[in-house]
Design a protein around this ligand. Structure first.
Ligand code: HEC
Length: 167
């Protein structure tokens, strides 16, 4: 990361991009957290957007997780919690509780401790491809709607972040 930033500073022709941004984008560590921002920025360039569309269309439909990998890291857990509680279409809290001692039956599993049941990839998959792995005791077809249809990628990213705090 430091190397990239020094490289930016030492360039003969100073870049027009504001310095901190260039450093951030160039850093491999930031890539993971800023993947969605990078994608959104790229989509503003018509040629890049066209190439991206082509690339996205070429993705294997049997791997529904691929287009959402940009939502794996870098979300905001507070926004995620608010979405969980009150997003009008996603309605997580209609089917799920997150409190330890809640034993009334609900349509979906209690998400208390869900962060210990799997990693971020598992959490992301639970949201966008609910049928990939069905929670024990919930049949063979998930009753949960695939959230990619109801939420924006940045919302899914915030939810993943929130779900990692449920341990
Ligand atoms: C209509 C009911 C319903 C809604 C709405 C719903 N879910 Fe689910 N969810 C389920 C059911 C049923 C399962 C168990 C089957 C499965 O694993 O997909 C589940 C599973 C999950 C799992 C995996 C749990 C585990 O232990 O494997 C997570 C995480 C999850 N939901 C999060 C969410 C979030 C976040 C939202 C809102 C964005 C949401 N759900 C909205 C019904 C729902």
């Amino acid at each position: 990361m430091v190397t990239h930033c020094r490289f930016e500073k030492n360039r003969q022709q100073p870049s027009r991009t504001p310095q901190p941004r260039a450093c951030q984008v160039a850093s491999a560590e930031a890539d993971q957290h800023a993947a969605l921002e990078i994608l959104n920025a790229a989509e503003k360039h018509p040629q890049v957007a066209a190439a991206l569309k082509k690339y996205q269309a070429s993705l294997d439909p049997k791997k529904p997780l691929l287009p959402y990998l940009v939502a794996l890291k870098g979300g905001d857990k507070k926004r995620g919690r608010a979405l969980f509680r009150s997003h009008p279409a996603a309605q997580c809290s209609r089917c799920h509780t997150t409190s330890k001692n809640h034993d009334a039956a609900m349509a979906g599993p209690n998400l208390y401790g869900v962060a210990e049941r799997g990693d971020r990839l598992f959490l992301l998959e639970s949201l966008v491809a609910p049928n990939a792995k069905i929670a024990e005791g919930f049949g063979t077809v998930s009753a949960m709607p695939p959230m990619g249809l109801l939420l924006k990628k940045h919302e899914i990213r915030d939810l993943v972040e929130y779900l990692t705090t449920l341990n």
